[in-house]
Design a protein around this ligand. Structure first.
Ligand code: MG
Ligand code: MG
Length: 280
């Protein structure tokens, strides 16, 4: 789940001990396996409500609590955001179609700590240029993570994502929503925008845990909130992609707590989904 940008980042930052980081790894493992479980279910005709129900049961079976359910009144366990929906889509009875892209965002609280990760799935009939939007957005997540090292600043993560998506690929980088610190709360400081200036913003120190989550539009950057008070869609109704990892800032290389490998394996095994592979 993303956070509305306030621009007042960096007020109350919590650094985690190694014991706390292991608890967060456990929470993120449940998130990662839940996303894989969802990936195994995705096919045309299935609804957001159905995957949400399955995810909620799965999270409970693994000792966790769905972090989004009831969060500021959010009515479901997953955010399910298809096509032009950027984030915070409420799972519905609408059936998935063979040319949908679907961002599934999952948060889990386990033993007092939160895990948060998201992935945008592509059904079998999704074509260019939407596939390229997914490849570029996914690559930008890892470019951001590369910057999440001790001594750098939030702006280094932000500008890495922005430069790749906006300058290199001319996509719309969403400004209104941002990534965030995560820990004993789902949303902690600092904010982690997907746009900004290199060398600016809060300093990154070892033990800081960040949810980095590029939200990138095929068209313009502007977004609109629907009347339900949650759903964020692109103003120009072009498709939007969203990928997220929870990562720990470390000395040489960020430690990624969430693990997409489980869901990537399920995508391989699910003939209804396409792999998001870099263009060779
Ligand atoms: Mg999330
Ligand atoms: Mg998040």
């Amino acid at each position: 789940m993303g956070l509305f940008a306030t621009g007042k980042e960096g007020k109350r930052i919590f650094y985690k001990t190694s014991a706390e980081i292991e608890l967060m790894r456990n929470a993120n493992l449940v998130v990662s396996k839940t996303l894989a479980h969802v990936a195994s279910m995705l096919k045309p005709g299935v609804t957001g409500e159905e995957i949400d129900k399955a995810a909620e049961e799965f999270i409970g079976d693994h000792g966790g609590r769905p972090a989004f359910k009831g969060y500021h009144g959010f009515p479901a366990s997953l955010c399910v955001s298809y096509n032009d929906i950027v984030v915070h889509g409420i799972p519905s009875k609408r059936e998935f179609k063979e040319d949908d892209i679907v961002s599934v965002d999952c948060g889990v609280e386990l033993e007092g700590f939160y895990g948060d990760a998201a992935f945008t799935f592509a059904f079998q009939m999704v074509e260019e240029p939407t596939l390229e939007l997914l490849r570029v957005t996914y690559a930008s997540l890892y470019l951001g993570i590369e910057q999440a090292v001790h001594g750098k600043r939030i702006g280094d993560i932000a500008s890495a994502i922005q430069e790749y998506c906006e300058r290199k690929h001319s996509y719309g980088v969403v400004r209104d929503l941002v990534g965030h610190g995560v820990g004993r709360s789902l949303h902690e400081d600092p904010e982690v925008p997907n746009y900004g200036k290199r060398g600016k913003g809060p300093l990154l120190l070892e033990g800081l845990v960040l949810a980095i989550e590029p939200m990138i539009n095929l068209g313009k950057k502007d977004v609109v909130q629907a009347d339900d008070g949650w759903t964020i869609h692109t103003r120009d109704r072009t498709p939007s992609a969203h990928f997220e990892h929870s990562v720990v800032v470390k000395k040489n290389k960020a430690d990624i707590l969430s693990d997409h490998s489980f869901l990537l394996e399920e995508i391989k095994n699910n003939p209804n989904l396409q792999e998001i592979l870099p263009k060779s």
